[in-house]
Structures are given as structure tokens and as C-alpha cells.
Ligand binder design. Structure first.
Ligand code: SF4
Ligand code: ZN
Length: 654
């Protein structure tokens, strides 16, 4: 079997080489020479990562193409063939991109660095446990079922080939937020996913381009991918499969084909057949050896982060609460264990059932009472902030805002599917318990729907919000007796350690000190660990002996010491998912800050993507640093270097 695969791949390489020569001629005639793929600092990424050659002009493509063919002539074993196909496919796609007049299409095509960084934290903390590629041909019915199953399992799915077209034809939501991404209709475009996955090694892994073996090993072990191929497997699909297998990505096919096992690459089969569509996703997950836990409340709707970003528009709304239309608020409060009737949902209001059934608008006060032996008052806002996610993850439910400016909508479709007011409570009790299992032993939800009640209780709630804010605002690095680390990104960036203090949140923006503290209580062996402060060695730069010891140990000895409040002297390391980059502008004796979504140029002649490429991977780069958005307004922002007055440039949007 494998020999056949190799033979076919050879043929595909020949075909593509012919096409490449044609394209080279056309492109040269047009006088196109240098090029840049959209939103990447890595040239043609796969070639740059593995070979260390950054290709940015057509002449270099021509030379590298020759080089591949020459290497293949010398040795055409499995490794060389797989690599040759990957490179040649990538070159072919790049030339087509250069040659293409209108670069806008419905499909995603080449995937930029920004998306890799944005999804970084989700990839490492398990919110996205795997990446799937669906390719080939399948009818819409089966396809949608499989896509839903993958969405519910939180797997990021790329579609290539006729399945991509099929999905777009349905009216289903797609895009990165929906976890379903139609890449393109040509099978070669599978390489765009490979290209993207490989960049994780550079962006997070701190690998140096050209360290071929280390990078291949990184992708095989750390990037959880699998592919499912539907329908007849043509020659191109075979070559793609070889490329996937080379990166230890198992391919599940619905055709009758013998299993392929390659011990040098993975200890699981790399080609597996499964004809039953209701089992095919499970088969893929099993084969790759993934454990995926799905926490879903018992409601008649699909549920999961893939449905979080979906909007419910006015005309699709069955009923809405809050949003300045009716009084509303949401509050989590800690109670004694004895005070709570566990998992009970109380709906309080006159004739609430018939009022709900009518639809339209309704007041709503949500109070979630929680109790637990390890619960603390400080965790109330941490849990409360999750209400947003809990409700949004239900398909057809929409939530924005928080506290007393919240706004909830239930779509007509969700109502038709049978969603009741009580289900809102069910979502909140189930998910609070699931997510905060080790701090919340009991939970109870009150839903108030009478105007007067909501207004009165909202006043009470406002007092509590205020108290909390005061407590938080007063919290300084000096006040607390310990900080917290975050090691979540180590699964991608093994040398990176985030130290999170009250005045310096994690650089991805996902963790404040309180979040990290709660996370530690929730999962004492998890990614957030207490860091004892030790002695304060330098109050201006923010250097503590306890932090130094911790960082040295957990960076594997790579980082000896860090200053919490400096970019110049031993700054904190960066992984790859920072919200913003701070960079020194020497001629202005100041710093600039650029946010991840900004694609324009900065005054130092580098775009976000280029800057980001210089600082990831858990190394200290004096003069450059990744930070969380909220650190910018902290009193400790670059305190050692002069603070906020040193900022000389930011994009308007930031
Ligand atoms: Fe990664 Fe730091 Fe965010 Fe943790 S806080 S997820 S280590 S960037
Ligand atoms: Zn990170």
C-alpha cells in the first residue's frame, strides 16, 4: 500500500512541477518579482520553517524548485517524497496566488499569522482540543451532521474541496468563530492548513527556522490534527494524505483501504477506514488518542464555543431581556452551604409562563447563589463573568454586557426547539457546577421577572458591584502575599512563564490575578500555580527573589531573572498570544504599542506580524515585549522605564 502511495505522489509532483514551470513563465512575463503572502512574517511558511529559507521573490522560488527536484533525484524515500510534495504544493499555491488578479474570494485561502496567535490560548487550554481537515466530496446532509458533531466537540475544522463549496451553499454560519472554515475548493489547498499548523512551532514553540527535525517533531507531537477524506481518493488526495501522515496526522477515509502504520512517525495508524458517518468523528478522535470532554447542559439546543459568536438579530428574536429595553441585571453571590437548595431554579413573577410564551420583552434579574467549602468572596466576579459564555454557547441564545447592562435574546428558532425560561436557569446551574466544580458545591438560580422586583434587587446588586470594584482597585502588587504563574502556553511554548500579579495581567488578556487565583483553587495541579514573592529586590523594576527562583525553575533554566515592570532590563518572556506588543523607539526615547488586530505599519518599519515573529517562543528580548491590553493602564506599566509617559505611538483603534 505505502509503495503505491509513494508512486502516486511522484506522479503528482511531476504534474505540479509542470504547472509550476508554466506559472513561472507567466509570472515572469507579467514582470512580477517580489511578493508577500497576506499577514505572515514567515515568507512561504512551510519552506521557511523547515529549510530556514525565507522566500519573497519569484527568482528564489525558481531556484528552490530546482533544488527540490535535485534532492528528489538523489533520494526518493518516504521522507523526501513527502517533503517534496509539501514544498512543491506550497510553491504551486504561492505562484497561483501571485498570478491571481483578484485576490478576494469567498474562501479563506491562505491563513495568516494573526489567527494562529488569536487562537493560541484556546489551542493550549483545551478550548480547541484538536484541528480537523475535512476534504473531498460529501452530501450536505451528512456533512452538516459531521460538522455539528465537530463543533460540539470544540474541534476547529477546515474544509477543502467540494465539501467547502457544499458548506457555503447551506445557510449555516461559518468562519473561525464558528469553528468551521472553508479554505478552498482545490485539494492542494489542504497545504494552507499544514502551512498554518507548522507556524505554531515558530510562533509559540520558539523553534528556529531551519531546525527541520525539531520542528517536524514539534508538529507531530504538539499539534493535534486529523483529516477525514470523503469519496473517491484521487491522486492528488493520495499525495495530500502522504503530506498529512508525514506530520503524524491520521487520515480517516470512508473508502475501503488497508490501514497504514508507519512506526517511525507515530504509534497509531495513519490511514484508517470507517464507512459509517455517524462513527467517523469518533474514529478519528480515537485514532489520534484524544480525550475530549464535552460539558453540555440538558437543553434542546446545540451547545459549545462554536455557537458563542453567533448573533440573534432583532427580526429573529422571540424574546429579549435587558439591553436598556427592560430592567435587568445579573449577580453571583456567595452563600452558606445550608442556605442553598442545590440545582433549584426559582422563577419569581406573576403569570410568568404566559408572559414568556407571548414573547417580546421582559424584565429579568438573575441571581446565582453559590456555596462551597473552598468558595471565596473574591471568586464571585470570576464566576459572574462566565454567565456571558454559558448563555452564548447555546445555539440561538445571545448575551452581551454584564452586571446591570446585560442584554439577552432568545431566537425564534430556539423557542421552536423548545427552550423555556427555566432552561436559562438550567444552563447556569449545570455550567457553573461543571466549570467551577472544585469551588462550587451547591448552586441555585433565581430568575425575577416582575419589573418592581428587578428594579429593587438591581439597587442591591449595584451596591455589591461597587464594593467589589473598590476592593479590586485597591489591590496592588505590594498588598498580596503571593503571585500566580500561568504555564498554560508551555504546551506550545515550553520555555515561557507568565507571572500574573494584581497589577500585571497575563499577556493574552485571559487571566487576571483573581482569575489565576480562582483557577488554582479550582484545579490545584493545573496551569496556574502560586508564586511566593520572596524578597523584594527592586521596587522600581519589580524584581522579587521568589519570582526569579520560580521562573528559573519553570523555564528549564532559560530565564534567570525577570523584572515585572521593565521592557529594557530582563523583561518578561512572550509566548505568542499577546494582545499587544510594546517596542522601543530609540530615536524618540520612548515606546510604541501595537495591538494584534492592527495590520498597518508602525513607525519602526515593522508590522505587528513581523514584530511578533521576533519575540515569541518564551525568550527575553529587551526592547520588545508582549503584553495584555489591561496592563497598559496599570500603575505599574513600565514603571522601571518611566511608565505611561514613555508611550509615543499607538494605533487609533488601540
Ligand atoms: Fe498563556 Fe500567559 Fe495567557 Fe497563560 S496567561 S494562557 S501562559 S499567555
Ligand atoms: Zn500564550
Amino acid at each position: 500500500m505505502i509503495n503505491q502511495v509513494l508512486e502516486i505522489t511522484k506522479k503528482v509532483i511531476d504534474d505540479l512541477s509542470g504547472k509550476i514551470n508554466n506559472l513561472l513563465e507567466i509570472v515572469s512575463k507579467k514582470g512580477l518579482s517580489s511578493f508577500e503572502l497576506p499577514d505572515t512574517a514567515y515568507g512561504i511558511p512551510l519552506i521557511y520553517a523547515l529549510e530556514g529559507i525565507k522566500i519573497n521573490n519569484v527568482e528564489e522560488i525558481r531556484n528552490f524548485h530546482k533544488e527540490i527536484l535535485y534532492r528528489l533525484k538523489k533520494q526518493d524515500d518516504l521522507n523526501n517524497l513527502a517533503l517534496a510534495y509539501l514544498y512543491i504544493g506550497e510553491i504551486y499555491l504561492t505562484l497561483k496566488y501571485i498570478n491571481q488578479e483578484n485576490k478576494e474570494t469567498t474562501y479563506y485561502g491562505f491563513i495568516g499569522d494573526t489567527i494562529q496567535r488569536t487562537l493560541g490560548v484556546q489551542l493550549v487550554d483545551g478550548r480547541i482540543p484538536a484541528v480537523a481537515v475535512l476534504l473531498g466530496e460529501l452530501n450536505a446532509d451528512n456533512l452538516l451532521k459531521i460538522v455539528k458533531e465537530l463543533q460540539e466537540k470544540k474541534i476547529l475544522t477546515f474544509l477543502v474541496g467540494s465539501v467547502a463549496q457544499e458548506l457555503i451553499k447551506t445557510s449555516e454560519r461559518y468562519g473561525f468563530e464558528a469553528y468551521v472554515v472553508p479554505v478552498g475548493t482545490e485539494l492542494e489547498q489542504t497545504l494552507y492548513v499544514v502551512d498554518w499548523a507548522v507556524r505554531a512551532s515558530l510562533i509559540f514553540g520558539g523553534q528556529t527556522p531551519g531546525q527541520k527535525d525539531a520542528i517536524i517533531d514539534y508538529v507531530r507531537k504538539r499539534v493535534n490534527t486529523f483529516a477525514i477524506a470523503f469519496g473517491q481518493i484521487n491522486e492528488l488526495a493520495v499525495a495530500n494524505a502522504l503530506g498529512a501522515m508525514f506530520f503524524a496526522c491520521p487520515v480517516i477515509t470512508d473508502q475501503d483501504l488497508p490501514e497504514i502504520i508507519i512506526n517511525d512517525i507515530a504509534d497509531y495508524p495513519l490511514l484508517v477506514s470507517e464507512k459509517d458517518y455517524s462513527r467517523i468523528v469518533k474514529k478519528a478522535i480515537e485514532t489520534r488518542g484524544l480525550k475530549i470532554v464535552v460539558e453540555k447542559p440538558p437543553i434542546p439546543l446545540s451547545y459549545g464555543p462554536a455557537f458563542e459568536g453567533e448573533r440573534v438579530r432583532k427580526e429573529d428574536t422571540f424574546i429579549e431581556f435587558g439591553g436598556q429595553r427592560t430592567p435587568a441585571f445579573e449577580l453571583v453571590q456567595m452563600k452558606d452551604l445550608a442556605e442553598i437548595d442545590d440545582e433549584k431554579i426559582h422563577i419569581i413573577g406573576k403569570e410568568w409562563q404566559s408572559r414568556y410564551e407571548k414573547g417580546g420583552q421582559m424584565p429579568l434579574g438573575i441571581i446565582i447563589n453559590v456555596a462551597g467549602k473552598k468558595m471565596q468572596k473574591d471568586f464571585e466576579p470570576v464566576i459572574e463573568r462566565q454567565i456571558h459564555t454559558f448563555i452564548n454557547e447555546a445555539e440561538g441564545l445571545w448575551h452581551i454586557g454584564q452586571r446591570d447592562i446585560n442584554w439577552i435574546r432568545i431566537s425564534k428558532k430556539a423557542k421552536e426547539a423548545g427552550i423555556t425560561l427555566e432552561h436559562l436557569g438550567v444552563i447556569l446551574t449545570t455550567m457553573t457546577k461543571a466549570k467551577f466544580r472544585s469551588i462550587v458545591d451547591k448552586v441555585e438560580v433565581y430568575l425575577y421577572v416582575d419589573q418592581e422586583d428587578v428594579i429593587n434587587l438591581r439597587e442591591e446588586a449595584r451596591k455589591q458591584y461597587k464594593e467589589r470594584d473598590l476592593r479590586l482597585a485597591k489591590l496592588t502588587d505590594e498588598d498580596v502575599d503571593r503571585f500566580y504563574s500561568c504555564l498554560l502556553c508551555q504546551s506550545f511554548a515550553p520555555k515561557h512563564v507568565c507571572v500574573i500579579t494584581p497589577e500585571r495581567p497575563g499577556l493574552c488578556g485571559a487571566f487576571t490575578w483573581l482569575d489565576a487565583k480562582a483557577a488554582y483553587e479550582i484545579e490545584p495541579t493545573g496551569g496556574n500555580q502560586p508564586v511566593e514573592k520572596g524578597n523584594l529586590l527592586d521596587p522600581v523594576y519589580g524584581r522579587y527573589s521568589g519570582i526569579d527562583e520560580y521562573v528559573k525553575k519553570y523555564s528549564g533554566g532559560e530565564t534567570e531573572t525577570i523584572n515585572l515592570y521593565s521592557i529594557m532590563e530582563n523583561p518578561m518572556t512572550s509566548c505568542g498570544c499577546f494582545e499587544c506588543i510594546v517596542a522601543v523607539v530609540p530615536e524618540a526615547n520612548g515606546v510604541l504599542i501595537v495591538n494584534r488586530g492592527y495590520s498597518g505599519m508602525t513607525p519602526i518599519g515593522m508590522k505587528f506580524s513581523t514584530l511578533a515573529g521576533m519575540i515569541g517562543g518564551g525568550v527575553q528580548t529587551p526592547g520588545f515585549m508582549g503584553v495584555g491590553l489591561n496592563y497598559i493602564t496599570s500603575r505599574k506599566f513600565l514603571k522601571g522605564d518611566g511608565g505611561i509617559r514613555r508611550i509615543v505611538w499607538m494605533p487609533k483603534e488601540l
